[in-house]
Every structure is written in structure tokens, then in C-alpha cells.
Design a protein around this ligand. Structure first.
Ligand code: GDG
Length: 465
């Protein structure tokens, strides 16, 4: 079996299983099983960079490089986080169209590609991840790389009209055709990509073969999953999860808990969610004193202005809700800006009668899946899920809501509060079965099988006789 090379903006964590998310664990498993290399940014900035640092971590190698301050500003904070991230989540209003950022992005993609190139073996399989590295494959190809290279986009692919607002969109899309396989979260994302290729770039699509710029690639939806069994076990059996569960139940004193867990990001629809909770308390007095909404929102990307502004807005809203409705023995909204250990999180999900996951846009949303995996099958909670999260296509038994419609979300919470045990169990079982079938190992293996078995056949067929 060929060696696996994973390329992503951040590498790991590899050793600390309690901190690593399901995705990191799944990738590390594959790297360990077949020997492999994980390559990306070290997380540090350094103006006198020492090039690529390679360390051995058991059976796998970690290779990292630093960014200079300018690269950090233009590539990471700039093009990735202030341009691609908002734009691909349909926030044109927050998108910084700055050509300097794009130049920085191209430079860093080229720099990272030239850092990896000398480390490559002839029959490596290379799997590149996410919007930080759209241009990486093309840079590698220009250096002469002939290996199989696949790319998976973790965030949504926008509609052609939205993408076309980006000054350099044509070059970015052309660059994607350097890959052999393109993976998207949902078939909607795939459709939008194909739409772009056909309408804007004059390409054509046959099944999952997409031809444009003189090259045919495979483009397909591979919805990402979680380690369903592992997460369920952790929630039910780990000591930390149990302790956290007990602590939560004790502090609730007979009240029900509703939970949201999201990186503090404007795509997650937190202000709208807080307003929906306020609307619930306004419209349904029976919820007052009975329901506690716990929102965990660890700070992310704190040096981007839009994130700081949203944080202030949320502090205002939560203060207002608690001031308006709180009682001396009931705080309606518990809003926490720090991260919890993964096991504690599992215990908190399990202690919550409702999971409220209402992003305005989300590639997939793994929290929705973790919430379900953590439930007690005998007495499961109810998931309320945004119709704009990729996860909704695999989780039709959740209560689907439009996150912009504050009243609809408030009504869905009320509906969830009174849902019968029988209906909760039915919905849970259907959701859980789906998550077991399409877990993270299935996602990983189906992507790699396409890249390693289908793409080469296809490349051979393409070669002129
Ligand atoms: C991107 C896409 C796509 C959150 N708070 C804590 C914590 N988390 C963990 C969750 C979950 C992960 O972070 C968040 O994953 P999501 O999928 O919900 O969202 P993004 O971070 O935006 O991820 C997304 C994903 O990539 C994968 O393809 O689904 O659409 O945007 O695992 O549990 N973990 C710990 N403490 C916290 O406080 N330990």
C-alpha cells in the first residue's frame, strides 16, 4: 500500500487523544496504519524561518513550517479567514477583496508545496484539506509531481454568482483541476461546483467526471462523519463524562438543559439563536424557570474584527436576557467562552434534553452528530438543526429550522420540550443508525478508495494512445 501524505493548515494534535477531534483521530489512524506523513503550518510565526521541520511521532512523521508575519497577515488572517471563509459562507458583506491577500495566499501555497516536494516518494497518495490550500495541488503539479492528489473541502462550496464576486475566482477554480479527486461535504456543494464549471468556465459534466481546462477529474460528495461508536462510548462510560453529567444534573435541580456548542464564529448564527431563546421565554411563559440554555462558544480568530464585534454583541444579548428574565435561583442563559475537554463535552451533551444547532451556513457540522451520538437511547434528547448545515441531508429526523426565522426556532424549542418519549426514541434511533453507517472511517476510506483505485484507472483511460 502506498504511503499516505496529508496536507492541512494545522497538523494534529496527534498524541493527545483527549484534545483531538474525531477528524484528527481518523486521519492519524490512517496514517499509522499505513505509515504516513502529515504536513502543514506549525502554528508559529517566524521571520527567520528554518524551512520544514520533520519529527517522528511513532509510525508517522509530522512535517511543519512556520509562516512569516506578513504571510500570517496576508494568507491566514487575510485571504483564508477574511476572504474565502466569509465568501464561501455567503457573507459577501464581510469579505475583504484585497489583491494583496490573494498574492500572499498564492505565495504561501507555493512555499508549502516546495517544502513538501523534496519529501515526496514516487507512489505517495496525497490528500489535501480545506480552503487554505485550494492552490496547493496546482503548485505541486507545476514542480512536476505526478502522484495521485485529492482535495477535500470542509466548508460549503458557494453558488456561482457568489463565487464570481471574487476577483481571482477563475484562477482558483482552474487550480482545482490539478487534483485527481475533489470531495465536497454534500451533493448540493457538488452541484454548485459543477454549475460553476459548466456556466462560468465552459466545462462539462458526465456522471462524476468533470472536464474543464483540458483535464478530467472526479468530483463527488463525501459527507464527513464522526467516530460514532467511540463518541457514544465516551459519553456513556468515561469517568470524566459521567462526572460532568452528574455535575450538570446537580446544578440544574430538576430543570431541563438545552445545549449549543460552536466555535465563536459569525457563521454559527449565535445572535439569532440567543434571540430565539428570548422569544421562547417571551411567548411561552411555562419555559421560564424550567429551561436552562447552555451555550459553549470558545473564542476563535480573535484578531479578526468581525469576530470581536460579534463577541460584543453576544455579551450584550446574554446580559439582556439574563437581566430581563433571570430569577435569583434561575439563570436562563449560561454563556461560556472557553473550551471544554472533549470528554466533559460528551457528558454535557448527554445531560441536555435539547441540542440547538442553528448555523446560518455550515459545511457539515459535527456537533450535531456528536450530540446525537452522546444521547442515552432509553431517554434521548431532541436535535434542532439548521436547514443550512450540511448535516441536515443526513439527519432528516432532526427538527429542521430556518435559523433566520426567530419565531420558527422558538416554536421548535417548545415542540422539542414536549416531544413524547416514543417520538424521541424513534427519531434518535434513525439518526444514530445513520451516524453509525456513515462514520468518519467510512468517509476517509471512501475518499481514499476513490483516489487510489478509481482515479488511476481514469487517468490511464485519459492518456492518449
Ligand atoms: C469545519 C466546518 C465541518 C467545539 N467546542 C469545543 C470543541 N469543539 C469541537 C466540536 C466539534 C468541532 O470542534 C467543531 O466542528 P464543526 O463541524 O461543528 O465546525 P467547524 O469547526 O466550523 O469545522 C464544518 C468541519 O470542518 C469538519 O469537516 O463539519 O462545517 O466549518 O468536533 O466538538 N471541542 C472541545 N471543547 C470545546 O469547547 N474539546
Amino acid at each position: 500500500m502506498s504511503r499516505l501524505v496529508i496536507v492541512s493548515n494545522r497538523v494534529g494534535p496527534v498524541r493527545d487523544a483527549a484534545r483531538a477531534g474525531g477528524l484528527a483521530v481518523a486521519l492519524v489512524d490512517a496514517l499509522r496504519a499505513r505509515g504516513g506523513l502529515w504536513y502543514g503550518w506549525s502554528g508559529d510565526t517566524n521571520n527567520q524561518s528554518a524551512g520544514v521541520k520533520v519529527e517522528q511521532a511513532g509510525a508517522l512523521q509530522l512535517a511543519t513550517a512556520d509562516l512569516t508575519e506578513d504571510e500570517y497577515d496576508d494568507y491566514y488572517n487575510g485571504f483564508a479567514n477574511r476572504c474565502l471563509w466569509p465568501l464561501f459562507h455567503y457573507r459577501i458583506d464581510l469579505t475583504a477583496f484585497d489583491r494583496r491577500y490573494y498574492e500572499g495566499y498564492r505565495r504561501v501555497n507555493a512555499k508549502f508545496a516546495s517544502g513538501l516536494f523534496p519529501l515526496l516518494r514516487k507512489d505517495d497518495t496525497i490528500w489535501v484539506h480545506d480552503y487554505h490550500f485550494l492552490a496547493f495541488g496546482n503548485e505541486l503539479r507545476q514542480m512536476g509531481a505526478e502522484q495521485a492528489i485529492g482535495f477535500f473541502l470542509h466548508i460549503p462550496f458557494p453558488s456561482p454568482e457568489v463565487l464570481a464576486t471574487l476577483p481571482n475566482h477563475d484562477a482558483l477554480v482552474r487550480g482545482l483541476f490539478a487534483y485527481d479527486v475533489l470531495g465536497f461535504q454534500t451533493s448540493r456543494d457538488l452541484e454548485r461546483f459543477c454549475d460553476f464549471v459548466v456556466r462560468e468556465a465552459g466545462g462539462h459534466v458526465e456522471g462524476d467526471h468533470v472536464t474543464c481546462f483540458g483535464r478530467t477529474i472526479i468530483a463527488r460528495a463525501f459527507p464527513i462523519g464522526i467516530d460514532t461508536d467511540g463518541f457514544a462510548k465516551m459519553a456513556a462510560e468515561s469517568e470524566d463524562a459521567r462526572r460532568q453529567h452528574e455535575k450538570a444534573v446537580r446544578s440544574l435541580r430538576g430543570r431541563a438543559q438545552m445545549i449549543g456548542v460552536d466555535r465563536l464564529d459569525y457563521t454559527k448564527g449565535l445572535p439569532e439563536r440567543f434571540q430565539a431563546f428570548e422569544r421562547l421565554l417571551d411567548d411561552y411563559p411555562d419555559a421560564r424557570g424550567e429551561l436552562v440554555y447552555l451555550q459553549i462558544a470558545p473564542t476563535s480568530r480573535g484578531d479578526v474584527q468581525a469576530y470581536r464585534e460579534m463577541r460584543q454583541e453576544l455579551e450584550g444579548l446574554s446580559g439582556h436576557i439574563n437581566g430581563q428574565y433571570g430569577e435569583f435561583d434561575w439563570t436562563p442563559l449560561r454563556y461560556i467562552n472557553r473550551a471544554f475537554a472533549r470528554r466533559s463535552l460528551a457528558g454535557l451533551y448527554r445531560a441536555s434534553k435539547i441540542g440547538l444547532i442553528t448555523p446560518l451556513r455550515d459545511g457539515m457540522n459535527l456537533v450535531a452528530k456528536e450530540y446525537i451520538a452522546a444521547q442515552n437511547p432509553e431517554d434521548p434528547g431532541v436535535l434542532i438543526l439548521s436547514r443550512f448545515a450540511g448535516a441536515i441531508y443526513q439527519m432528516p429526523e432532526a427538527i429542521a429550522v430556518n435559523p433566520y426565522d426567530i419565531k420558527e426556532v422558538a416554536d421548535a424549542i417548545q415542540n422539542a420540550r414536549y416531544m413524547s418519549l416514543e417520538e424521541r426514541q424513534e427519531r434518535f434511533q434513525a439518526l444514530f443508525d445513520g451516524l453509525k453507517r456513515d462514520d468518519v472511517a467510512y468517509w476517509r476510506d471512501s475518499f481514499l478508495a476513490t483516489l487510489e483505485h478509481e482515479a488511476p484507472m481514469h487517468r490511464k483511460a485519459e492518456r492518449p494512445a
